[in-house]
Design a protein around this ligand. Structure first.
Ligand code: SAH
Ligand code: TYD
Length: 406
């Protein structure tokens, strides 16, 4: 029996993507070592409603010195985190000598603004390469995985935190109990733990199955986050829906005696109940929808190839590993992936071995079609490449369904 990583009750598996590589393991072309594969499948806990992977990848395989994802690669995300920092500075961090800790600060996209404001901060970031980039911006970084023991060490050295923030990282961490124990040790009695992650409600609605890959272990809802928070002595005191990364929710967690939950919490809980986000019908419908997207996308790419169309992809996202490996898309159907991240360029995408090239090569020459793997940055990317469309090129999107943008 599969059991819930949080509460131990039984988990029902509802979608299986088969054997998948590590989504951010871009390979050097001359690397002949064996690729690591695991079974990517998702289930939902029948008691606490937590949606979760059924197999866990050891964390050091994913997060290490060469972790290639740089948060600052998108203007949209730079703006988003700049605003986030500003909001904290004006509210939670406006008191006397405040202190904020960020779990998974990556290249300092959020904390650099906190540093510039002269506010005490610490980023806890196990991937040394991106952490070094944050340091070069003046951000203070501890190269460790955040967990109970790290949190205690941070408290001993720096004192308790007013805010513990985390973006797109808590959902990466199977060992949530250790995270909450650490938050309990590090957070001031009236402090707040704020994290934002892809929202299961949006994934269901947009059928964005490519949000499912090794690093995304949990797919949160207000219902499941509140159950987890309560299990560890906290409560869910606020929620806010965000448009970034295809739809996220920012959850605020605090000690029950410290803060009163806002009306937004009750509203989102009621909405989730009404939508039946983890009912059998919803979950099996999601799985069927995903299989439909796979069949349609492969059929479209094969048809374009048969008719002599040149197809490349844009955005070597972690998400795209699930798309290519689940659908069986290789260099025969998509000749290259254009991406602005130096650490991914000149490498082969995991599993599919599609070459990743600098985004400048998109225009050399423009293809007939471009499969937009970074669909969450569609506006920014499409605006960057007007000559592609003007010359007759067409973007292909696959969520919520496969379509060519006219
Ligand atoms: N916060 C950034 C980065 C998200 S990528 C953003 O929203 O863009 C996820 C990051 O979490 C990676 O940089 C990874 O190294 C880090 N990470 C993974 N496990 C962690 C842990 N236990 N503690 C702290 N950071 C962790
Ligand atoms: P993203 O969708 O943010 O995350 P994930 O890897 O978690 O799925 O990744 C966006 C990718 O797209 C990243 O590799 C950078 C690339 N990119 C470009 O090449 N050009 C752009 O203009 C933008 C915004 C992103």
């Amino acid at each position: 029996m599969l059991t819930c990583r949080i509460c131990g009750a039984s988990v029902r598996e509802f979608v299986d993507f088969g054997r998948q590589p590590l989504s951010d393991a871009f390979r050097k072309p001359d690397d002949t070592s064996e690729e690591y594969f695991f079974r990517l499948a998702v289930g939902a806990c029948e008691s606490c409603a937590m949606v979760q992977l059924v197999e866990e990848v050891p964390r050091d395989r994913m997060f290490h010195a060469d972790y290639p994802y740089h948060s600052s690669g998108s203007a949209l995300m730079r703006e988003h985190f700049g605003r986030t920092a500003q909001e904290f500075l004006e509210t939670e961090l406006s008191g006397d000598d405040p202190f904020i800790v960020e779990i998974g600060c990556n290249d300092g996209v959020m904390l650099s603004a906190v540093h510039e404001a002269g506010v005490r901060h610490l980023g806890v970031e196990p991937s040394a390469g991106v952490g070094e980039v944050a340091r070069s911006k003046g951000v203070r970084v501890l190269t460790e995985f955040f967990e109970d023991s790290t949190a205690r060490a941070v408290r001993d050295e720096h004192g308790p935190a007013d805010v513990i923030f985390s973006a797109n990282t808590i959902c990466h961490i199977p060992y949530l109990e250790s995270i909450f124990l650490g938050v309990d040790a590090l957070l001031k009695p009236d402090g707040v733990f704020v994290f934002e992650d892809p929202y299961w409600g949006d994934i269901v609605e947009r059928r964005s199955f490519d949000q499912i890959y090794d690093e995304h272990f949990y797919f949160f809802t207000a219902t499941s986050v509140r159950a987890a928070a309560r299990r560890y002595g906290f409560d869910l005191v606020d929620v806010r829906r965000l448009g970034v990364h295809g739809g996220e929710v920012r959850y605020s967690i605090a000690r029950p005696e410290a803060r009163v939950p806002t009306a937004a919490v009750a509203e989102l809980l009621a909405e989730e109940e009404a939508r039946g986000l983890v009912t059998r019908e919803t979950l099996d419908g999601f799985a069927a929808g995903v299989a439909g997207i796979r069949d349609d996308l492969v059929a479209l790419l094969k048809d374009l190839k048969d008719r002599g169309g040149r197809v490349v992809a844009y955005g070597a996202t972690a998400k795209s590993a699930t798309v290519t490996n689940y659908c069986g898309i290789g260099p025969d159907l998509v000749s290259k992936i254009c991406d602005s991240t130096p650490a991914k360029q000149g490498r082969l995408a995991p599993g599919s071995h599609i070459p990743v090239v600098p985004s400048g090569e998109f225009a050399e020459p423009y293809p007939d079609y471009a499969l937009l793997f970074a669909w969450n940055h569609a506006e920014e990317i499409i605006a960057k490449e007007p000559a592609f469309r003007d010359g007759g090129g067409r973007w292909i999107l696959y969520v919520p369904e496969v379509h060519v943008v006219e």
